[in-house]
Design a protein around this ligand. Structure first.
Ligand SMILES: CC(C)(COP(=O)(O)OP(=O)(O)OC[C@H]1O[C@@H](n2cnc3c(N)ncnc32)[C@H](O)[C@@H]1OP(=O)(O)O)[C@@H](O)C(=O)NCCC(=O)NCCS
Length: 195
């Protein structure tokens, strides 16, 4: 089994945490509708740091058709897994990860929760689970996360998780008012896990 196959064996399945279910959903019209019926009620302004991130395109979808297209792309990824996150059987969030086998690196590519699910420790909960699987089962050497500098919730969540600031992609994001914003790149190494 190749290292990439091992990644899929461990990660391309539904994963449970204490309060959440991270589900792999096939790109069917029924599943796209489940996601869109929740997303259509969200305020795009609450996700502004994703909308304007140039280096990491991961904004919310704007129609059921676009949701379906995104689901297809995600589902067919050759090195990634996407989870639709449920709490009490209700859809509340999204997370996409990528695996770089050569460098034994797991990349957290995109994560968001609907506004009513913020501040409950859900982001911490899914990242703790990913770290457990990645470091203890897949034996990666490194997990990386990133955020726009102005995204205080995301930055705090990453820092609280014990991630190290590796560097700054200076002014790599262009905001709607024409100003530029830094992108922060973080990582945690196997030797730092559980320290
Ligand atoms: C960023 C986001 C994923 C955080 O998820 P969350 O589940 O609310 O985060 P958690 O509840 O796990 O909080 C983790 C830490 O961040 C802190 N935090 C959460 N929101 C915060 C805020 N608005 N300002 C400052 N700190 C905040 C928490 O207090 C907690 O700190 P602690 O571990 O020291 O107690 C969520 O706010 C979100 O979906 N935002 C919109 C989309 C987005 O920006 N995604 C990230 C792209 S990089």
């Amino acid at each position: 089994m190749t290292y990439m196959e091992k990644f899929f064996e461990i990660f391309k399945q539904n994963i449970k945490t204490e309060r959440l279910e991270m589900r792999i959903l096939a790109p069917t019209p029924e599943n796209a509708k489940i996601i869109w019926d929740v997303l259509k009620n969200e305020n795009p302004d609450d996700f502004k740091y994703m909308w304007y991130s140039v280096s990491h395109k991961s904004h919310l979808t704007e129609s059921v058709e676009e949701t379906m297209e995104r689901m297809k792309l995600d589902y067919e990824s050759k090195n990634g897994c996407t989870y639709y996150i449920f709490n009490d059987n209700k859809f509340i969030g999204y997370m996409r990860i990528h695996f770089w086998a050569e460098s034994r690196t797991l990349q957290c590519a995109s994560v968001w929760f609907i506004k009513s699910a913020w501040g409950k420790g859900f982001n911490t909960e899914i990242h703790n689970k990913l770290e457990d699987l990645a470091f203890n089962k897949l034996h990666v050497n490194r997990i990386c996360r990133q955020t726009m500098a102005g995204n205080l919730a995301s930055k705090k969540s990453i820092e609280s998780g014990g991630y190290h600031l590796d560097g700054i992609d200076r002014q790599s994001n262009r905001m709607p008012d024409g100003t530029f914003m830094d992108h922060l790149m973080f990582s945690k190494l196997l030797c730092e896990y559980n320290k």
